[in-house]
Design a protein around this ligand. Structure first.
Ligand SMILES: NC(=O)c1ccc[n+]([C@@H]2O[C@H](COP(=O)([O-])OP(=O)(O)OC[C@H]3O[C@@H](n4cnc5c(N)ncnc54)[C@H](OP(=O)(O)O)[C@@H]3O)[C@@H](O)[C@H]2O)c1
Length: 301
């Protein structure tokens, strides 16, 4: 099969399009013929070798953590999905940017989502849902999302609004109309955040979710007033130091099904800023690594 791979850790120049062995699904897994795959920060953290202590991979490796496609083989014990079904979901840390990929958690893709949108859904939604669940009930609460214009932050905004929260989101000014379209009240991040948030929410902020890892976690705790009402999906070091909730993406089909249901209801639609052909994955990584993606980057396979 055709795939993008890297044979050694390094920069985008290590990414090559080549023939690779076809993967086979193990028990409880499925294989899909990939139509599009998501591009996520973990892809370059792993590719560069920066994450090799915590997320070691076998080389050569195929980057990509999530994808959408049509089921082409089911592993032993798999129920509720058939060859030919259109699903989106999560595999391992690598493996998605290829013609065939193995998933260990999936859900049927809503007809309302294009392939590009479904490709951007899985990792962002399970991460957003994990962070939001750590914060407890959302109905009637005011939630501050730091990094609200990114893949995870944007998903968190829409899912929290669907859950009945009033959401204030941070982004650079060029993304404020985008945040409004997601249902958030926009403000800028950085110095003076507490004052800007106080002006937007005179009654105070109940909860905060950090998806930016920009070093603002202590500010978020001060704004909310209690580390138990703050969660991060990105700032591991400061989470432990400050005692805030740390949520990591889980390969959990229930979370994917929840995201898909919101998609069917028109309340969560992954926003795709850029789509690249598989052959240009290096360009997709280069753009993503700048750290200012609005929504998601995906590759068409
Ligand atoms: N724990 C897990 O399992 C897990 C899972 C997925 C992701 N993550 C992590 O979560 C983080 C976000 O992932 P992602 O996919 O959402 O990334 P992303 O889409 O690349 O995030 C880009 C966004 O970050 C915003 N941003 C940049 N600097 C900022 C700052 N100082 N303050 C606030 N926002 C800022 C940008 O907004 P502007 O352009 O407006 O600046 C842009 O919209 C990454 O560190 C990723 O590794 C963790």
């Amino acid at each position: 099969m055709r795939a993008v791979r890297y044979h050694e850790y390094g920069g985008v120049e290590t990414l090559v399009v080549e023939e690779a062995p076809e993967p086979r699904p193990g028990p409880g897994e499925i294989r899909i013929r990939v139509t599009a795959a998501g591009v996520n920060p973990v892809d370059w953290k792993v590719r560069s070798g920066a994450a090799r202590e915590i997320l070691p991979v076998d080389l050569p490796a195929i980057p990509g953590r999530d994808a959408v496609g049509v089921v082409d083989e089911t592993g032993e014990g798999v129920r509720g999905v058939s060859v030919g079904d259109r699903v989106f979901g999560l595999g391992g840390v690598t493996g998605a940017t290829a013609e065939l990929a193995v998933l260990s958690a999936w859900a049927h893709a809503p007809a309302e989502w294009s392939d590009e949108e479904a490709a951007g859904a899985a990792l962002a939604s399970v991460t957003a849902l994990g962070g939001l669940r750590a914060l407890g009930p959302l109905q009637g609460r005011t939630l501050l999302v730091e990094g609200a214009a990114g893949g995870v932050g944007g998903a968190a905004v829409e899912i929290a609004v669907a859950g009945g929260a009033t959401v204030i989101g941070t982004a650079s000014e060029r993304n404020h109309a985008f945040l409004t379209s997601l249902g958030a009240v926009p403000t800028t991040y950085g110095s003076g955040l507490a004052e800007r948030v106080a002006a937007l929410a005179p009654g105070g902020v109940d909860l905060a979710l950090d998806t930016a890892a920009s070093g603002s976690l202590a500010d978020l705790v001060a704004i909310v007033g209690d580390p138990a009402r703050v969660a991060t999906v990105a700032d591991h070091a400061n989470a432990h130091r400050l005692g805030v909730h740390l949520a990591n993406a889980e390969n959990d089909p229930a979370l994917l099904a929840e995201a898909a249901e919101l998609g069917r209801q028109g309340r969560y639609t992954p926003r795709v800023e850029r789509t690249y052909p598989l052959e240009q994955l290096a360009r997709a990584h280069t753009y993503g690594e700048l750290g200012h993606t609005r929504g998601k980057i995906v590759v068409r396979v």
